[in-house]
Design a protein around this ligand. Structure first.
Ligand SMILES: Cc1cc2nc3c(=O)[nH]c(=O)nc-3n(C[C@H](O)[C@H](O)[C@H](O)COP(=O)(O)OP(=O)(O)OC[C@H]3O[C@@H](n4cnc5c(N)ncnc54)[C@H](O)[C@@H]3O)c2cc1C
Length: 409
């Protein structure tokens, strides 16, 4: 009886099938990953940078700042298409360095494109899309990254400029922004109340950088920037004065989805390498994969990766349907989807790499086999990059129980 009242009980608009174009694009990015990223990943890790020719090819394929409109040099890609590319890049360069470069340009390029002034978009975005400039995010400070309201970096308007004073730390891409040009969307305290979100070129007068020595994803730098009365034109303000926090949170929703997609790609790659090994490695007179221990582990990991992959696709689907259209009516649903997948994807990917390393025995511990690249890279998303795991839990707790249950005021 109830079913009879549903207009079309057998047909819904839910569709898990990618379009022909999406599948072709996915295949093209996988080919790029196999042909260009895999052979270079150890070099990227060893030399501490992504070779210029790799960035040039990514630009040529339209892979840099994909969601940026074609008016500013991007491809105006959907979140789903960008999510698919992020998976493939995470699968291709297991160190995650290229994935980080990719997703920062996509996420923060999108925010500049969506909320920036036309002059800033024209100046910055075509260069970013061409791989000739870097665009990153600067929110974290030496005194802490999770508690953004405690930040100290300030910006004040002075005529037609903003003047910035303070210090940011653990920023991805400080060296790249110096070398290539470009800068970071920088969250600052506005005088009185609120935040200003401002594009700050790293080569600005008064800005000095320091590089940190990380344990992983060596191909993209991490470091600090000190701002001593750095002056930038008012056109570099993102959106409205005082509302910067909202734009930063929107950017995190987008970037966290692409982070999660890169983790899915890395997890799938780990399992593919693991399955190959389980088939080939002979122990006690038969393939390792015939033993229930590793085989059941494989199956459990596979189901987790599948779950997180579809969680990730759904987050991207929600972004396309609402966030990227400027529709904040489903904010809570988007926040829950994004925080869930950013909480799960790095942990699942880390577990996959760790288990596959164990199946490999001693060889898994060698740099030659290279699984450790993935372990070091994915770890960055466990400790904090794009928000720590507990911050995802706090977002989810807030959405499930209500703001009164936030563990802080
Ligand atoms: C490789 C890498 C690259 C990065 N790139 C950037 C970048 O490009 N731009 C940028 O701005 N930042 C960047 N970060 C910094 C990142 O955003 C921060 O690490 C993150 O926000 C956490 O801040 P924190 O490290 O200061 O840890 P803290 O905020 O000091 O937190 C320490 C630990 O406590 C947990 N915690 C914090 N508050 C709570 C709470 N209320 N309840 C329970 N647990 C809590 C955290 O999850 C974390 O595990 C990067 C970090 C890494 C590792």
């Amino acid at each position: 009886m109830l079913l009879a009242r549903v207009a079309s009980p057998v047909l819904t608009d839910m569709d898990f099938e990618l379009s022909d174009e999406e599948r072709a694009f996915q295949a093209a990015v996988r080919t790029f990953g196999d042909r260009v990223l895999r052979p270079n990943e150890k070099r990227i890790d060893r030399e501490g940078r992504i070779p210029d020719e790799v960035l040039r090819e990514m630009a040529h394929l339209g892979l840099l700042a994909m969601p940026v409109s074609t008016d500013y040099g991007g491809m105006g890609a959907s979140a789903i298409l960008t999510e698919l590319a992020s998976e493939e890049i995470g699968r291709g360069d297991f160190s995650m360095a290229t994935a980080v470069f990719f997703l920062l340009e996509a996420g923060w390029g999108y925010i500049l494109g969506q909320h920036g002034a036309d002059a800033a978009k024209r100046e910055v975005l075509p260069a970013v899309c061409a791989g000739k400039a870097f665009l990153g995010i600067a929110t974290t400070e030496p005194t802490g990254g999770s508690d953004l309201h405690a930040m100290r970096t300030e910006s004040r308007r002075d005529g037609t400029s903003f003047v910035i004073r303070g210090e940011k730390a653990f920023l991805s891409g400080v060296e790249e922004a110096r070398r290539l040009g470009g800068g970071h969307l920088t969250l600052t305290k506005a005088p009185g109340k609120g935040f200003n979100f401002i594009y700050v070129p790293t080569r600005s007068e008064g800005a000095t950088t320091q590089k940190f020595e990380n344990m992983g994803r060596m191909g993209i730098s991490t470091g600090a920037i000190t701002y001593r009365d750095v002056r930038v034109p008012e056109a570099y303000l993102i959106g409205q004065e005082g509302r910067g926090f909202d734009y930063a949170m929107e950017g995190f929703s987008v970037a966290r989805t692409f982070v999660s997609a890169a983790c899915v790609g890395a997890a799938e790659r780990a399992l593919e390498e693991g399955m190959k090994y389980l088939r080939e490695r002979q122990v006690f007179g038969q393939p390792l994969g015939k033993f229930e221990g590793p085989q059941f582990e494989l199956v459990d990991l596979y189901t987790q990766v599948e779950a997180v992959k579809w969680q990730c696709r759904r987050a991207a689907w929600l972004l396309d349907r609402y966030t990227l259209r400027g529709d904040s009516s489903h904010r809570s649903e988007v926040d829950r989807a994004v925080a869930s997948v950013k909480l799960t994807a790095p942990q699942v990917a880390f577990e996959c790499v760790k288990r596959v390393m164990m199946w490999h025995g001693a060889s898994g511990y060698t740099k030659d086999v290279g699984l450790e690249l993935g372990l070091r890279g994915i770890m960055s998303y466990m400790v904090g990059a794009e928000g720590g795991l507990n911050i995802m839990r706090i977002i989810l707790g807030r959405e499930l129980l209500g703001r009164d249950f936030l563990p802080y005021k």
